[in-house]
Structure formats: structure tokens, C-alpha cells
Design a protein around this ligand. Structure first.
Ligand SMILES: Cc1cc2nc3c(=O)[nH]c(=O)nc-3n(C[C@H](O)[C@H](O)[C@H](O)COP(=O)(O)O)c2cc1C
Length: 333
């Protein structure tokens, strides 16, 4: 072969390789994130975590996002594993009758190998899934229907080649109980870097905290649940955050013939002002004690709230003749 022919053959071979590569690239139906899974920290289950990061992933993209989120949020990681795993053929959405598309068409409920063991411990679920044909894969519905009635907030997140979350989360919402709160779904770009993921997961920390603090805090005096209008201040926000972590019990003691006082065990942000309290007022005294009044007193306190459904004589009955224990808990606990 002379030099000219050789160059032409090499060029042809290069062009052919390029053509084959392009054809293959076009055929890649599932792309994965630019992440090295082995470099992401392994997330351990924690006994006391209130956050579950549940995900379904067939090609590791969502898995990487879920791992970063669980690590940053100190959540438990749970993989939704199908009883029958998906082959490449099953996922080839260009092939008529492919399993992934068929399951969506038939509104199937693909079986899951096992479900999280201690679902009762979680108040927040981050739910990760790939977009399939513009929607969530049907196995997500199997998972969601297993939750039943539960006071939990779901933050859905997805990855896709280019389609946004669309109505994927709104559709999933239809199969969960009314006690479940849904936040709008977020899409994370397939080419997200590890730093992008960590920044995104960090933004969820604030979101999860906001959700917890926006709930209602319930107060029980002994066995009686009372209705409270809580103040909008840093002390109440901190109290709600603590109550969201775990129900708070405070041993109260009668004092002065007009109030009961109990130690919180921690200091809350103070904004003390001289006030004259009335029956039903709840205040913070000295930054670290909660006081509930059935009478009146003038002192510098930080207001926490006011009990609105008990008359002064009801309050006296609740607090006026023995020491009580009060409990504070957030909705759904
Ligand atoms: C069956 C199937 C259907 C898909 N449909 C879409 C789609 O409608 N829009 C899109 O942008 N990407 C689509 N994709 C791509 C995936 O959403 C994307 O690659 C996702 O990041 C995969 O996540 P995973 O690697 O965790 O499984 C589809 C992938 C599969 C397997």
C-alpha cells in the first residue's frame, strides 16, 4: 500500500470509529453523573436519625445524589430494590413494549425486596428517582403506598437527561395519605459534580429545618391538651426545633400562688421585657425556665405564648393545687 492509500485508509478507519462512537452515544439511554461512587463517604444507619433518604436507581446517578444528601443531612440511606432487577433491555425505552414503559402504561406496582425497618422514626423522607418517560418509575408508587397514614414530609428529587420533574411528584402525591406533606420536586442535573451535590444537600438542611419549625407545637399540662397561640420569636423557634427532635417533658413546680415553673435544661434566646402576665400566659424566665401562669405577676420575661382555650378558673384547676409535668411535641410525633 502506498503512503497516499495508507493515509486514506487511516482516515477512513478514524471516520468509521467516530461514526460508531456517535451512533453508540446516541444509543446510551441512561447516563450517569460525573461522580466516583467509591469516593463518596459510606453512609451508616443511625439509630436516632429522623431523616430517611430513600432512592431508586438503575444506573447510579440518583444513588450518588442520595449518598451525598444522606451524608450532609445525617440521614439514613435506603435503596428501593426491585424484586426483579431491570436489565438493559427492560430499560431501553426506544424498544416497543419495554418493561419500564409497560409498567407505567399498566400502572403496575413492581415488588420491592424489603421496606425500611423503622419507618416510625422518620419525620422527613428525601425521595430520589430517575425520570422515566417524563414520570417517576412505578416502583416509587409501591414504596409510597407502603407508608400509610404518617405525619411525614417528603422532599422529592430526581435526575434525568433533560426532562424536568414535571408532574412526577404531584402524581405520586395522589397515592399517599393526607397526613403526608409534599414539597415540590427538584431536579439535579446529570452532570452535577460532587461539590454541586454537596451545595444542594446543604440547601436542604435549611429546608428541612424550616419545615419542622413551621409545624404546630402542642402543649399538654398533665393529661390535658391545651390550645396555645405561640409567639413568633427565636425562643419559640428554638423550642420547636428541640420538640421536633424529641418530645420535651418538663417537671413543673408550684410557685408564688400564681404560676408553675420548670427547668428546660438549656438556655433559649432571650428578649426579656417588663410585663404583667395574665392567666394562661407562657413565658421564659431567666432564659432557661418555662413559666405558666394561672394568676398574674409583673417581671422581665420573654413571651412564649398564651393558652387561649382555658378560663382563669380552668387554669387554676390545672395548675393551682399540685405540681404537674408538661409535654411539648410537634405535630405528628
Ligand atoms: C426507561 C427510561 C426512561 C427515561 N426517560 C427519560 C425522560 O423521559 N426524560 C429524560 O430526560 N431522561 C429520561 N431517562 C434518563 C434518566 O432519567 C437519567 O439517565 C437518570 O439520571 C437515570 O438515573 P439512574 O442512573 O439513577 O437510574 C430515562 C431513562 C430510562 C432508563
Amino acid at each position: 500500500m502506498n503512503r497516499g492509500k495508507m493515509t486514506a485508509a487511516v482516515l477512513l478507519a478514524m471516520l468509521l470509529t467516530l461514526f460508531v462512537l456517535c451512533a453508540c452515544a446516541d444509543d446510551i439511554i441512561v447516563s450517569s453523573a460525573t461522580l466516583d461512587l467509591d469516593r463518596l463517604p459510606q453512609v451508616q444507619a443511625r439509630e436516632d436519625s429522623h431523616i430517611l433518604v430513600a432512592y431508586f436507581s438503575t444506573n447510579d446517578t440518583i444513588r450518588a445524589v442520595a449518598m451525598a444528601a444522606a451524608d450532609v443531612l445525617e440521614g439514613d440511606l435506603f435503596e428501593i430494590v426491585p424484586a426483579e432487577s431491570y436489565s438493559e433491555e427492560d430499560l431501553n425505552y426506544r424498544m416497543p413494549g419495554n418493561r419500564a414503559g409497560e409498567e407505567q402504561r399498566r400502572n403496575a406496582r413492581p415488588e420491592i425486596v424489603f421496606l425500611p425497618e423503622h419507618m416510625e422514626q422518620y419525620d422527613t423522607i428525601l425521595l430520589g428517582y430517575p425520570i422515566w418517560g417524563g414520570h417517576a418509575p412505578n416502583i416509587l408508587y409501591t414504596f409510597l403506598e407502603s407508608i400509610g397514614p404518617k405525619h411525614v414530609t417528603i422532599l422529592p428529587f430526581c435526575t434525568s437527561n433533560m426532562t424536568g420533574p414535571g408532574t412526577s411528584a404531584v402524581n405520586m402525591q395522589t397515592v399517599t395519605d393526607a397526613s403526608v406533606t409534599w414539597l415540590p420536586a427538584e431536579r439535579i442535573a446529570n452532570h452535577a459534580t460532587e461539590d454541586d451535590l454537596r451545595a444542594w444537600a446543604q440547601s436542604l438542611v435549611t429546608k428541612v429545618t424550616d419545615v419542622k419549625e413551621s409545624g404546630e407545637m402542642q402543649l399538654k399540662i398533665g393529661d390535658t391538651e391545651v390550645s396555645v397561640v405561640w409567639e413568633d420569636n427565636d425562643a419559640v423557634r428554638e423550642l420547636k426545633r428541640m420538640a421536633a427532635e424529641q418530645q420535651l417533658s418538663v417537671e413543673m413546680s408550684m410557685y408564688g400562688g400564681f404560676e408553675q415553673v420548670g427547668p428546660l435544661g438549656v438556655s433559649l434566646p432571650r428578649d426579656d421585657h417588663q410585663i404583667t402576665t395574665v392567666s394562661g400566659d407562657i413565658v421564659l424566665y431567666s432564659g432557661n425556665q418555662i413559666v405558666i401562669f394561672y394568676g398574674s405577676n409583673a417581671w422581665a420575661y420573654t413571651r412564649l405564648g398564651h393558652i387561649e382555650d382555658q378560663t382563669p378558673s380552668d387554669m387554676r384547676k390545672l395548675l393551682g393545687d399540685r405540681d404537674v409535668t408538661i409535654t411539648l411535641r410537634m405535630d405528628g410525633q
